[in-house]
Design a binder for this molecule. Structure first.
Ligand SMILES: NC(=O)c1ccc[n+]([C@@H]2O[C@H](COP(=O)([O-])OP(=O)(O)OC[C@H]3O[C@@H](n4cnc5c(N)ncnc54)[C@H](O)[C@@H]3O)[C@@H](O)[C@H]2O)c1
Length: 340
């Protein structure tokens, strides 16, 4: 199989490394708006660099992996769909709902594959939580607490490209909340703070955010995120039911110290970022994509799944700005086919 990788920045480099080692992948063609970056990676991996996106399509590939900045995803998804090519794309599809709906419509009209990069669906901890919920072991679920804390803020110039903390970061928590619980979010109330470094306020973003979400079965969830967690990279989810409770992301690298005299010791080597915390999950999602392309398994996360996560992020952004509860039904793009 020959795969085109568009975008060779942080996540594109990780994915190209994984694909280059995969036994079903014969070769890669890499490209990036920064041509030197693609060439350097291609040289390191023993793969080929293309001067631009056009060549990826002209030279011929069996599938495309899109790891550019988010603003380019939707157009590239549409282009691959019109060429009849399966696509793996990093989250989110676009920074707005119209762009997301348009890309999904292109994929569905072409009848091609779009798998989205919500890698937490391949993480052992979240998979265990999903099984705990579905097995009935927790009893009726009443509370979910999700959090994502980055250790260090991103560069200031990257912030305006990110779409903000809800669309860029909390979108992972929103996707995995739906996947683990099997329920839809019906309304949200969100708040954000830009009391940290001034670059967040300058970008119209927040450095810390919190949301209360109500699920369609009455379960209550909270989701928080920050770009400023000096202790380390912390991603957790606690699920509490009437019979039992479980936690994802609590291990000997969780960057939190107990203040109890008999509490566990602080982590010797706390997680520092998503690349190491989710390394195995990134590999597993791409292995799954290759199986999907080969017709060996169903798509584990299609465009409509990504749409739902973005709708929750959009509702939170609206709630934060207007300081009010927002019902998901206020937003366009419900899951029904008729809405597209
Ligand atoms: N799933 C995850 O955990 C995860 C983690 C990080 C980033 N991401 C997503 O991956 C994407 C990339 O993020 P990143 O952190 O690697 O960013 P990055 O800035 O490190 O890399 C993006 C690359 O895309 C290139 N690029 C931008 N527009 C392009 C275009 N039109 N054509 C070709 N190349 C183009 C840039 O030159 C850059 O090299 C984003 O959508 C982000 O949301 C996902």
């Amino acid at each position: 199989m020959r795969i085109g990788v568009i975008g060779t920045g942080r996540i594109g480099t990780i994915h190209a490394n994984t694909l280059s080692r995969h036994r079903e992948v014969g070769s890669l063609i890499l490209t990036d708006a920064d041509g030197a970056r693609a060439q350097e990676l291609a040289h390191r991996l023993g793969e080929t660099a293309a001067p631009g996106v056009d060549e990826i399509f002209k030279w011929g590939v069996d599938a495309v992996v899109i790891t550019t900045a988010t603003s380019a995803h939707a157009e590239l998804i549409g282009r691959a769909a019109r060429s009849g090519l399966p696509v793996f794309c990093e989250k989110p599809i676009a920074l707005d709902l119209p762009g997301t709906l348009q890309a999904i419509a292109e994929v569905e009209t072409a009848g091609t594959i779009l798998q989205m990069g919500f890698q937490r669906r391949f993480d052992a901890g979240y998979t265990g939580a999903r099984e705990a919920v579905r097995s009935g072991r927790l009893g009726r679920l009443h509370t979910v607490r999700a959090l994502t804390s980055d250790q260090a803020p991103p560069p200031a110039e990257w912030l305006p490209l990110s779409g903000g903390l809800y669309r860029d970061t909390l979108i992972h928590d929103f996707d995995i909340l739906r996947w683990v619980t099997g329920h839809e979010v019906v309304d949200v109330y969100a708040a954000g703070s830009d009391a940290g470094p001034p670059m967040f306020r300058a970008a119209g973003d927040v450095d810390t955010a919190a949301a209360v979400l109500t699920l369609d079965d009455g379960t209550l969830a909270t989701a928080t995120a920050t770009r400023l967690n000096g202790a380390g990279y912390d991603v957790r989810m606690e699920l509490a039911g009437e019979l039992d409770q479980v936690v994802v992301g609590l291990d000997d690298r969780t960057p939190i110290a107990s203040t109890e005299p008999t509490g566990p010791p602080a982590a010797d080597k706390p997680w520092t970022g998503f690349l190491e915390r989710f390394g195995p999950a990134y590999e597993a999602e791409l292995a799954a994509f290759i199986e999907v392309v080969r017709g060996e398994r169903a798509n584990p996360c299609d465009g409509r799944e990504a749409l739902q996560a973005l709708r929750i992020a959009e509702a939170c952004e609206l709630s934060r700005r207007e300081r009010r509860a927002v019902r998901l039904a206020e937003l366009p793009g419900s899951t029904s086919a008729a809405a597209l």
